[in-house]
Design a protein around this ligand. Structure first.
Ligand SMILES: CC(C)(COP(=O)(O)OP(=O)(O)OC[C@H]1O[C@@H](n2cnc3c(N)ncnc32)[C@H](O)[C@@H]1OP(=O)(O)O)[C@@H](O)C(=O)NCCC(=O)NCCS
Length: 218
């Protein structure tokens, strides 16, 4: 996954407010109640917000165009989390691997700081695996840079909730990134699965970010 973890922190509530990712008056103490957070497929109109949030939380700075592509072509395998007044609180972009239809590759996950550690990241991943469009997916893959503790914990939490093993190996070596690009660490590939069977998908567009059950449905 394009993760940074080494970028300067530009994720304080004030910075997010200034960039339009967070409304005035919100901060860590103003974390929206879980029930107020709605999960949904992204629309093309969300692309600019995803790009801004990715930049603000220190993810790799991909082109704005790439988010337009994800929001148009991979909406069914991606998710956005919106708080009160539709404020973007988080997102996951992913796609089904063309050469392995049973595998969802998670490209990026980002959660705005005020909404972190509320279970939102785990909830978005859990929401995705229950999507009708992802029926038949038994594995989730993502790459994580060493030292990104939050990301490591997120995927291990997801694996535990899905009753699945988590296997790690080198995904993309640092040397594979081009000279002249921002310095890049190795990307460790997390392969999570096989996922336990899920129950019926939630109603379209529904889903709050209360912490999911510790174990997957049988
Ligand atoms: C990684 C990220 C998406 C996690 O989102 P989140 O909504 O805070 O995660 P959750 O609240 O669902 O927590 C999931 C698990 O990770 C743990 N966790 C989250 N952040 C943590 C941190 N900073 N340190 C240690 N554990 C952390 C939680 O405790 C939870 O584990 P548990 O249920 O076993 O206690 C978020 O920190 C983020 O946006 N980081 C910046 C961008 C990034 O690095 N993205 C990932 C790229 S691979």
């Amino acid at each position: 996954m394009s993760t940074a973890g080494v970028r300067p922190d530009r994720t304080t509530p004030d910075v997010l407010r200034a960039r339009g990712s967070l409304p005035a008056g919100r901060g860590p103490a103003g974390t929206p109640p879980a029930a107020d957070v709605v999960l949904a497929e992204p629309a093309v109109g969300d692309a600019a917000g995803l790009w801004r949030l990715a930049r603000d939380v220190g993810l790799d700075e991909n082109s704005a165009y790439s988010y337009l592509m994800f929001c148009r072509d991979f909406a069914a395998t991606s998710v956005v989390a919106r708080g009160p007044a539709g404020v973007l609180l988080g997102f996951v972009t992913g796609y089904r691997r063309p050469d392995a239809a049973d595998t969802l590759f998670v490209w990026q996950v980002g959660v705005a700081p005020p909404a972190r550690r509320t279970g939102l990241g785990a909830r978005m991943l859990d929401h995705l695996r229950r999507r009708p469009a992802l029926a038949g997916v038994r594995f989730v893959e993502a790459t994580v840079t060493p030292g990104n503790v939050a990301s490591d914990r997120l995927f291990r939490r997801f694996g535990a909730d899905a009753g699945a093993a988590v296997a790690c190996r080198l995904g993309f070596a640092a040397s594979m990134f081009p000279d002249g690009s921002p310095s890049h660490a190795d990307e460790i590939l997390y392969r999570i699965g096989p996922l336990q069977r899920t129950v019926a998908a939630p109603a379209a567009g529904a889903g709050c970010c209360s912490r999911p059950p510790r174990r997957s449905d049988p």
